[in-house]
Design a protein around this ligand. Structure first.
Ligand code: ATP
Length: 265
């Protein structure tokens, strides 16, 4: 088999166009007439109550689930490689326990026939970027939860996907690890230009990271509000988010989600 050539040029993020998406599991309508356009390189977060269809929407965007009706298109100007265009990170890492960190990161490249030298060089580069150069030969059981999630981020970004989809990726981590991963993710995402969609329960996390926050209403899941955040250095700090415009957006988003704004932490 001839090895696939690895295109290491910076990624052009994909545009995601979702039109009139509706999905039902048997007679339970989970998503209703959902329409959204996400620009290349944009970072969009979905927030909404448990059960409002966020994971279902992400599974559809990932191509794992076919919607009942409507369409999803992911395009990028420059489709240079045969590698998959969408990467998906969930709360539980999906690392293979018998493989080392670098072998896990290189796995998507291996599955697509990239030669050993190329794939290991690229995997080491990504591990370096996520601060795990010294842990390349460790197995997942020898790494902390935060380290494993960093390996997952490196694995997701190793082939320069046009789109990165994340479902509560930081939910199980402590506040310090979370914040360091926020910085790491934004750094790598900005550098590679990857369009990013994050599902989170945490309004503060969405406000700290995103260009735009989308709120979903439950039963059936539908788009409730869209909030474009003012451009400012990210991750935005707790202090940034307590100031004027962000505090106001925080209140509006919480009101959408059914919280009382005076209870805001
Ligand atoms: N495979 C499935 N078969 C049947 N019903 C499903 C399936 N997957 C999800 N559902 C239902 O669809 C609805 C939306 O689920 P989904 O997991 O998308 O919500 P969510 O917003 O991601 O929830 P959470 O925040 O709790 O993860 C729920 O009522 C759930 O029971």
């Amino acid at each position: 088999m001839t090895a696939t050539t690895l295109d290491t040029r910076p990624t052009t993020g994909g545009r995601i166009v979702v039109e009139n998406l509706t999905h039902a599991f048997d007679d339970l309508e989970v998503l209703h007439d959902f329409t959204l356009d996400i620009a290349p390189g944009e970072f969009v977060s979905f927030v909404g109550k448990s059960g409002c269809g966020k994971s279902t929407l992400l599974n559809i965007l990932a191509g794992l689930l076919t919607p009942t009706s409507g369409k999803v298109e992911i395009s990028r100007a420059e489709v240079a490689s045969k590698l998959p265009r969408r990467a998906y990170i969930t709360q539980d890492d999906r690392l293979l326990p018998w493989r080392t960190a670098v072998q896990n990161v290189a796995l998507p490249l291996e599955l697509h026939g990239v030669g050993k030298r190329d794939r290991l060089a690229r995997a080491h580069d990504l591990l370096d970027r996520v601060g795990l150069a010294d842990f390349a030969r460790r197995r997942p059981s020898e790494l902390s939860g935060g380290m494993r999630q960093r390996v997952s981020i490196a694995q997701a970004l190793v082939y320069g996907p046009a789109v990165l989809l994340m479902d509560e990726p930081f939910g199980a981590l402590d506040a310090w690890t979370r914040e360091s991963l926020h910085e790491l993710l934004l750094g790598v995402q900005a550098e590679l230009g990857t369009t990013t969609v994050l599902v989170t329960h945490d309004v503060v996390e969405a406000l700290a990271l995103s260009d735009r926050v989308v709120t979903l209403a439950p039963r059936p899941g539908r788009l409730l509000g869209e909030y474009v955040l003012p451009a400012s250095p990210r991750p935005r700090t707790h202090r940034d988010l307590q100031r004027g415009e962000f505090a106001d957006l925080h209140d509006r988003i919480r009101t959408d989600l059914g919280f009382h704004s005076e209870d805001r932490p």
